[in-house]
Design a binder for this molecule. Structure first.
Ligand code: 4NP
Length: 161
């Protein structure tokens, strides 16, 4: 079993999108009994809220429903519960690293490490237009394919897949 946690700033745009898109890819790969997925935010402003309507609409256009997700804040305990804690941008990553306990063995990094793309970060779409949400989805879809391949090759070898 591998546990993956996606992290952004507010947990209402990028990381719930990553949770929904990656979970869809996990199900399509038939790995839903081997991978657990969650998302959260570095900040606490939107705790308890559903994803931004623009993120919900953009995801639903690609057949993915994220309307049931609710925002929560990242905690130190997450670094003990999850194997992969993946941020959307470098600011997220800095905040994550500051919270990671010394006894955590989680892989803490950027989600786009797993995509074969020139971009390193998923840009914050909150203050922009709809095209920003489409770009977020393109980046997240590419990284999801890469992360599934990575987990198949390395992380899930002991699960005898
Ligand atoms: P997210 O987007 O980090 O992708 O969920 C944001 C959502 C809210 C805010 C910033 C980014 N905000 O400043 O409230």
């Amino acid at each position: 079993m591998k546990r993956v946690l996606f992290v952004c700033l507010g947990n209402i745009c990028r990381s719930p999108t990553a949770e929904g898109v990656f979970w869809h890819a996990v199900e399509e790969a038939g790995l839903n009994r081997h991978i657990i997925v969650d998302s959260c935010g570095v900040g606490n402003w939107h705790v308890g809220k559903a994803p931004d309507t623009r993120a919900q609409v953009a995801a639903s256009r690609r057949g993915i429903d994220i309307g049931h997700l609710r925002a929560r804040q990242l905690s130190a305990g997450d670094f003990l519960e999850f194997d992969y804690v993946l941020g959307m941008d470098r600011d997220n990553l800095k905040a994550m690293q500051a919270l990671q306990p010394s006894n955590s063995r989680a892989h803490v990094g950027l989600f786009l490490e797993f995509a074969d793309l020139p971009e390193a970060e998923v840009p914050d779409p909150y203050y922009g237009g709809d095209e920003g949400f489409e770009h977020v989805l393109d980046l997240i879809e590419a990284a999801s394919v890469g992360l599934i391949a990575h987990l198949r090759n390395d992380g899930l070898r002991n699960d005898r897949l």
